[in-house]
Ligand binder design. Structure first.
Ligand code: CTP
Ligand code: MG
Length: 230
């Protein structure tokens, strides 16, 4: 089976509070989206790449990626899952049902090539697929939501992981899982949640905890530092 890459980039970056969507902020004078795409495509693993963009996006033509003939674009949707499904539909004529699709956030430029390679080789013969994940490091508290939250209990973190990307699933299984989860109004914040809802349990492949998603302003400096080290 071939491998295909989807990099959802249709978000507006509300929590970043910047003057443009966060994937178009620059680190070392390059768009975050360009850094993410080049790190993923440099692996040479992919038969093709689809990037769903927001209909209001006016920055894409300024990206390096827009001049890269390995990269195709399509329209995004209201939520991340809608954007991913739109990209899956846009790939329809090019893929086989059991081809692998890797979905990787545009806002995750620090993904390490060794983690990408490890994810792909670990899952190659798996029936469902899985995702990069990192064990939770902090002690976790459950609290009542109020002005000054009061601890209810300390949650056992020994079985808890942070879901990262890439997430890697078979094309047709992922399409069905996302369509069903969206139709049933399930919360789908990643591809794995949709697969879980369909009863196909994904595997966790341990990845580096510094594969951060740039979400708030402080993450920008952090990502710059992480990227300066490899
Ligand atoms: N994304 C997308 N389509 C959406 C929402 C998000 O393609 N409708 C993409 C974002 O561009 C990002 C990734 O999904 O690369 C992860 O989403 P998130 O970090 O939540 O980005 P935003 O939705 O842009 O940020 P915010 O939630 O703060 O508005
Ligand atoms: Mg979002």
């Amino acid at each position: 089976p071939k491998l295909w890459l989807i990099v959802p980039a249709a978000g507006i970056g509300q929590r970043m509070q910047a003057e443009c969507p966060k994937q178009y902020l620059r680190i070392n004078n390059r768009f975050i989206l360009d850094i993410t795409l080049s790190r993923m495509l440099n692996s040479g693993l992919f038969a093709g790449c689809m990037v769903p963009l927001n209909s209001t996006d006016s920055w894409w033509p300024e990206s390096d990626a827009s001049n890269d003939d390995r990269i195709q674009t399509c329209g995004g949707g209201a939520e991340r899952a809608d954007s991913v499904l739109s990209a899956l539909h846009a790939l329809k004529e090019q893929v086989a049902a059991d081809d692998w699709v890797l979905v990787h956030d545009a806002a995750r430029p620090c993904v390490h090539p060794a983690d990408l390679a490890n994810l792909v080789s670990t899952l190659a013969d798996h029936p469902v697929g899985g995702l990069l994940a990192a064990p939770v490091a902090d002690t976790l508290k459950k609290a009542e939501s109020r002005d000054l939250p009061e601890v209810v209990e300390t949650v056992d973190r020994s079985q808890l992981w942070r879901a990262l990307t890439p997430q890697m699933f078979r094309y047709s299984m992922l399409v069905s899982a996302l369509e069903r989860a969206l139709k049933d109004k399930q919360p789908v914040t990643d591809e794995s949640s949709a697969m879980e809802f369909s009863g196909n349990m994904p595997v966790l492949v341990e990845g580096r905890p510094d594969n951060i998603k740039i979400t708030v302003p402080a993450d920008l400096d952090l990502a710059g530092f992480i990227l300066s080290r490899f």
